[in-house]
Design a protein around this ligand. Structure first.
Ligand code: NZQ
Ligand code: ZN
Length: 384
């Protein structure tokens, strides 16, 4: 096992009716920027619950943070936040609203070019404290310090992370799952599943506890995935999806073990280029990345096959079958397996991704640095 530090200061508040606890978690005297997306929270009653819980608090609203939050939109919120001297941000939404709000929280006090937050050139020294009300279990953003921001003018989608971005609190009320459209539920199950795989399908590292926690998340998602998509108002199913998705990317299962993240890095490019949903990009790329890197990942793929999919046989057989089972799980949920099913420009993707990886000097990604721009191109070619 590798050395590690575990730091996660998020006060996670889980359960039915807990949105009312916002009031006791916002500091007194706060001037709050309430951020949300395209309006789903006004239709499903979450907005009303949040407003009721904010009674007596000074609140300025910023709505319209889109899926794959856009830099230009977020910069408008930064201007508002500066003009209004905001000192607390409350994000109510899915990964996009929460990620966008993390960006607003660090960009508001920043002098200089805020795009530098994404390129790594800006020095992040302070942040406006942030609380969240999660409405879509998927990304884990509610309990981690990372965020992803898009800039469509230059077809970019880049991640950043900073310990200052950990939410002060996050409220997870599983009843919010009931109003999710099927497509977003599928995205959520797949995103949580692939987050776990990114931190598990690498190489054995003498970390049986981390492995078994990861396997528990995968098995739980396999058990409940289809059911929760078909019955989102079932509270027990929704609770288990929500907790699994948070556990998949709150930093715990990556401690002391290698991580890959190649599927995500290639997937983000597909979203930037063709606006394909994040979860859908992962469902396409993940299995092909594992096929391409089979020799290097064989032991963990075989372990996945045996322990998660209950397969039997040699490492070679079980490992290969595990990849097929994985793809089958995604398609059963309703995911497409090819880029060309989602855009008519699919054949342009391999070369563009090769160029972008090269330009960004992403020359050796993945747990062993084996994903070169050329290999990323091959994985995308397999996925057309
Ligand atoms: O905009 P609104 O009206 O809120 O509608 C949203 C949006 O259209 C809707 N929605 C959310 N909760 C709902 C709901 N509709 C009905 N009822 C509800 N309860 O769902 C749509 C998608 O929302 P979005 O926030 O975009 O989805 P998701 O949570 O999957 O977030 C995706 C973003 O997170 C990034 C992705 O790259 C993408 O930009 N990620 C963030 C990560 C992180 N911070 O750690 C890691 C992930 O790997 C991922 O990259
Ligand atoms: Zn993801």
């Amino acid at each position: 096992m590798d050395n590690f530090e575990l730091y996660n200061p998020v006060n996670l508040i889980f359960g039915k009716g807990e949105i009312s606890k916002i009031s006791s978690n916002i500091p007194s005297g706060a001037k709050v920027l309430l951020t949300y997306g395209g309006g789903s929270i006004k239709k499903n009653g979450i907005y009303d619950q949040v407003v009721a819980a904010l009674k007596g608090v000074e609140v300025i609203e910023f709505s319209g943070i889109e899926a794959n939050p856009q830099y230009s939109t977020l910069m408008k919120a930064v201007e508002l936040s500066r003009a209004e001297n905001i000192n607390f941000i409350l994000a109510v939404g899915g990964g996009s609203v929460i990620d966008g709000s993390k960006f607003i929280s660090v960009a508001t006090p920043l002098s200089g070019d805020a795009w530098g937050i994404l390129t790594g050139e800006a020095k992040i020294e302070s942040a406006i404290p942030l609380g969240t009300v999660l409405t879509l279990p998927a990304t884990g953003s509610e309990m981690n310090s990372g965020a992803v921001v898009s800039r469509k003018e230059i077809n970019e989608k880049l991640p950043f992370g900073n310990p200052l971005c950990f939410p002060k609190f996050s409220i997870l009320d599983p009843t919010v799952v009931a109003s999710l459209p099927r497509r977003q539920l599928v995205n959520g199950v797949v995103d949580a599943f692939v987050h776990t795989l990114e931190q598990y399908v690498t190489y054995p590292n003498n970390a049986p506890l981390q492995d078994r926690i990861a396997e528990s998340i995968l098995i739980t998602l396999l058990e409940i995935g289809e059911d929760v998509i078909n019955n989102p108002s079932d509270y027990n199913l929704a609770s288990n999806l929500m907790w699994s998705a948070t556990m998949a990317l709150n930093g715990l299962i990556s401690k002391g073990v290698p991580s890959d993240w190649g599927t995500h890095m290639i997937g983000h490019e597909l979203t930037a280029l063709f606006n394909i949903d994040h979860g859908q990009t992962l469902a396409i790329i993940g299995p092909n990345l594992y096929r391409t890197l089979f020799d290097s990942k064989k032991e963990k793929l075989a372990q996945l096959g045996r322990r998660v999919f209950s397969l039997e046989g040699s490492d070679e057989k079980v490992g290969l079958e595990a990849i097929d089972k994985l793809q089958e799980f995604f398609t059963t949920l309703g995911m497409k397996t090819k880029i060309s099913e989602l855009t008519d420009k699919a054949e342009t993707a391999p070369e563009i991704i090769f160029e972008r990886f090269t330009k960004r000097i992403w020359l050796n990604i993945g747990e062993k640095g084996l994903i070169t721009p050329k290999l990323a191109k091959e994985i995308v070619e397999m996925s057309i």
